[in-house]
Design a protein around this ligand. Structure first.
Ligand code: COA
Length: 439
């Protein structure tokens, strides 16, 4: 049968599609800004028809009505691979479960049946002339999930960019098609203050011409981009990008010309931003989307010479243990791709992994650099993996340093209000007298 006939045969209403799902099963969905909002709304509207449906996804950018509001527990249970703004409370209170996993290994959870997949909900672009729909702005784990699912439901949305790379699913691999166009979820650029600018400037000073960048989410990576306008021939190999890169692309600073892997192409696994970013990646062969087990695989990342990764954290102890995902016991995000890129940068010739943080949090009340991590804090990046640390007070490098020296270096870039206390703890710990680095 020709694909167009197949497509028409598979077209149903959202309710018809959602009612094909059976109770006591697992649903895996596209995440972040690719979340199929209309399919979720229809699922919630029909909640009485379902019992014990497990909903698995990574970054939550939508309303997450299946865990918020009235009691959804007889109908839905969320299993989070990352705690996002709308799912954080549910994860912290135990209403939702949390499964921890390096981002590059999430496809493996599905491929090797650690998490069996019953249904997949995706959002795609309309098919091209060959019947290929693009899964758009989030490819990451969803391709692996569609390959394992017994039921694949696609919301076909004209606003979903037709992204290039390993991002396509053929109409013949979809079971039910729901045509519904709506604007995608957008992420507005973060506010960049003076502290973020100082940190961004320090990060940018570590970036040599011809480097390939991975940028985490938030104000600090975007602030670093502000200070890269005079650099030459930068490339991107990043789990994600947001609007911050567009200016450098326009200026010709990011041209991917010197990349040692995928020369001339930007490589990502998902994007989150505004319509300007979505328009940029639409039908653009210069930006390739690939599954996360490829993009975030440390050995693939390491094939990029001069790979610079820039990520952030919540707390860092004086030996270099990095907590990036919890405040004490409270899970606020997840490991995501942080460790994938810290390790990838370490494998890269001339690579540098940077953890960049404001020296304090909670409006200056607490130091992010602490003598010991808070009780319950999770070590996201081990002290054996960590390398450069940047605050608004400077840049240090921890690789090859003794524990004592690590402490000294970290204190030197901590906020002055907390240094005395940190020195006291350092002296207690090492039964030694602290001397300044300058001595
Ligand atoms: N003690 C108390 N509160 C703290 C704290 C600390 N040590 N550190 C942070 N907080 C608070 C902040 O004050 C802020 O509170 P607010 O929302 O009330 O202002 C909140 O926690 C979020 O912290 P902030 O540092 O502003 O968050 P961010 O948006 O810059 O994100 C991470 C930082 C570390 C949470 C984020 O980078 C992350 O999730 N990293 C792990 C995953 C990752 O690195 N992926 C890489 C590729 S995308």
């Amino acid at each position: 049968m020709k694909w167009k006939e197949l497509y028409n045969e598979k077209k149903v209403t959202a309710t018809e599609a959602i009612l094909k799902i059976t109770s006591n099963s697992r649903i895996v969905t596209s995440h972040a800004c690719a979340e199929p909002k209309f399919l979720f709304e229809t699922l919630i509207q029909n909640k009485e028809k379902f019992e014990n449906l497990e909903i698995v996804h990574m970054v939550a950018m939508g309303n997450a009505d299946y865990v918020n509001g009235e009691d959804m527990s007889p109908h839905f249970r969320h299993n989070a691979l990352f705690a996002g703004a709308s799912t954080r409370k549910a994860v912290q209170s135990g209403i939702a479960d949390f499964t921890t996993c390096y981002f590059h290994e999430v496809p493996k959870l599905f491929k090797e049946d650690f998490l069996t997949v019953d249904t997949v909900l995706i959002q795609t672009s309309p098919p091209d002339e060959h019947g290929n729909c693009s899964m758009g702005i989030s490819i990451d784990y969803i391709k692996a999930a569609t390959e394992k699912a017994s039921l694949v439901i696609a919301q076909v949305n004209e606003h979903m960019p037709r992204t290039m790379g390993d991002s396509f699913i053929h109409v013949s691999d979809i079971d039910y098609i729901v045509e519904h166009s709506e604007h995608l979820i957008e992420l507005n650029p973060p506010k960049i203050g003076e502290i973020e600018k100082a940190i961004g400037k320090n990060c940018a000073s570590l970036v040599e011409d011809g480097s390939t960048l991975q940028l985490g989410i938030g104000a600090i990576p975007d602030a670093a981009l502000l200070f890269l306008t005079e650099k030459k021939d930068l490339g991107i190999h990043s789990e994600m990008i947001s609007d911050g890169v567009l200016e450098l692309v326009k200026l010709g600073v990011i041209n991917n010309r010197k990349k040692t892997l995928h020369k001339d192409k930007m490589i990502v696994t998902f994007v989150m931003g505004t319509k300007a970013l979505y328009d940029y990646v639409d039908n653009n062969p210069m930006v390739e989307f690939h599954p996360v087990d490829y993009v975030n695989n440390p050995s693939i990342i390491g094939k990029n010479d001069k790979l610079i990764s820039i990520n952030s954290c919540v707390q860092l102890d004086l030996t270099g243990q990095v907590c990036s995902e919890s405040i004490g016991y409270k899970q606020i995000s997840g490991v995501g791709g942080q460790v994938d890129f810290v390790r990838g940068a370490s494998l890269s010739n001339g690579g540098k992994s940077i953890i960049a943080i404001p020296s304090t949090a909670a409006r200056g009340k607490v130091s992010r650099i602490v003598s010991v991590l808070d009780e319950g804090a999770i070590v996201t990046t081990s002290r054996n993996d960590v390398d450069y640390i940047v605050t608004e007070y400077g840049i240090i490098r921890l690789k090859g340093q003794t524990l004592k020296e690590r402490g000294r270096l970290l204190i030197s870039i901590s906020h002055p209000n907390f240094r005395e206390e940190l020195i006291e703890k350092w002296e207690e710990r090492y039964n030694s007298t602290y001397t300044n680095l300058s001595k």
